[in-house]
Write a protein of this length. Structure first.
Length: 323
């Protein structure tokens, strides 16, 4: 293996644009999620907490729903060549299992690990090299929320299998879904997974999954953003709660840092003052139901062909095609 990697970096992640987005987050006191994956340190912390708390790592049945969806996608794709596009690929573990399966079925595989974090993209690339030759791997760093010319870079010569795993909870669906849908052509497939609120009682389901967020590893990961800006942990308290979203009928877990004393920080010559009683939203995660996930996909021209829901009711995978 070469000791260098070619990585395409979209302008949405050029320093001047990242700086603009950071200032916007601080002005609005609502942190864009991408800032929690920015550095190598944050990437490592997220990978560690994912390992500790994600049902895909700790629940054999949850892992099995992904395996079944991969097998179904592989069986339905008839072309000999297939290009997997991992949107928000993270460490690339799920995409790599999918790539291995496609390869085992005799397909020539291509892979574009795509993520806002260069460290994630490189981690996913490294993981995927167990299944994909280096010449068929095209790492791509970009901000899916702000890039408006994704088709130029993510529309491939061969039929593609787009993966969008665990991404929807951290986005406003009205903004991200049109972009996702624009990347799925009639000859392509989409594997989409969503974190769900388990059980028939939505509110009780939300309470059940709260500990997957309100735990020491997640607190430490989220606080890294504020630490790096010069906010001290004793400046306030990080609180998790469940709230009803204003624009949708969904509930979400949110994490806000509440200041209990004055803190001034300076970023790019701009001063930000937080007083006792002020708060900054660090994180949110929507939880939906299988029916709601299908409705959202359908609204954006994506038809669910098959779905797999974990017995725990906490995660679902949907295999979709353009209607
Ligand atoms: C919850 S993780 C999911 C990772 C992976 N798909 C999985 O299922 O294990 C979210 C991923 O989205 C990436 N991400 C967050 N905001 C993004 C954005 N605006 N554009 C592209 N990727 C983003 C993060 O860097 C992170 O790798």
């Amino acid at each position: 293996m070469l000791s260098v990697a070619n990585v395409l970096i979209h302008a949405s992640q050029f320093p001047e644009n990242v700086r603009r987005d950071l200032l916007a987050s601080l002005r609005a006191r609502r942190v864009n999620h991408k800032f929690h994956y920015d550095s190598v340190k944050q990437t490592q912390k997220w990978l560690a907490l994912h390992q500790a708390y994600s049902p895909t790592r700790n629940d054999a049945d949850c892992r099995a729903i992904y395996e079944k969806s991969f097998a179904a996608a592989a069986a339905q794709i008839k072309s000999r060549r297939v290009h997997v596009i991992g949107l928000g690929c993270g460490g690339g573990q799920k995409d790599t299992r999918l790539l291995k399966l496609l390869q085992a079925r005799g397909k020539e595989v291509f892979y574009t690990p795509c993520d806002v974090s260069a460290a994630m993209v490189l981690t996913a690339r490294q993981t995927a090299l167990a299944a994909v030759p280096e010449r068929n791997c095209f790492p791509f760093v970009c901000d899916l929320a702000t890039a408006d010319d994704l088709q130029k870079f993510l529309v491939t010569r061969h039929p593609s299998l787009v993966t969008f795993f665990g991404m929807i909870p951290n986005f406003e669906s009205g903004k991200i879904m049109p972009k996702l849908a624009s990347l799925v052509r009639p000859k392509d497939f989409l594997l989409f997974s969503a974190n769900l609120a388990p059980g028939k009682n939505y509110a009780a389901g939300m309470k059940k999954i709260l500990p997957q967020y309100d735990n020491p590893l997640t607190r430490d990961w989220l606080m890294t953003f504020l630490d790096d800006l010069g906010v001290e942990r004793r400046d306030g308290r990080l609180r998790f709660k469940i709230e009803d979203a204003k624009t949708t009928r969904l509930k979400r877990i949110v994490a806000d840092f509440h200041f209990r004393r004055l803190r001034r920080i300076e970023v790019e010559n701009e001063a930000f003052t937080f007083r006792a009683g002020d708060a900054i939203r660090l994180f949110f995660s929507y939880r939906c139901t299988p029916g709601r996930a299908r409705t959202v996909l359908n609204r954006h021209g994506l038809k669910v062909r098959e779905q797999w829901i974990a017995k725990s009711g906490e995660e679902g995978v949907f295999l979709c095609r353009r209607k």
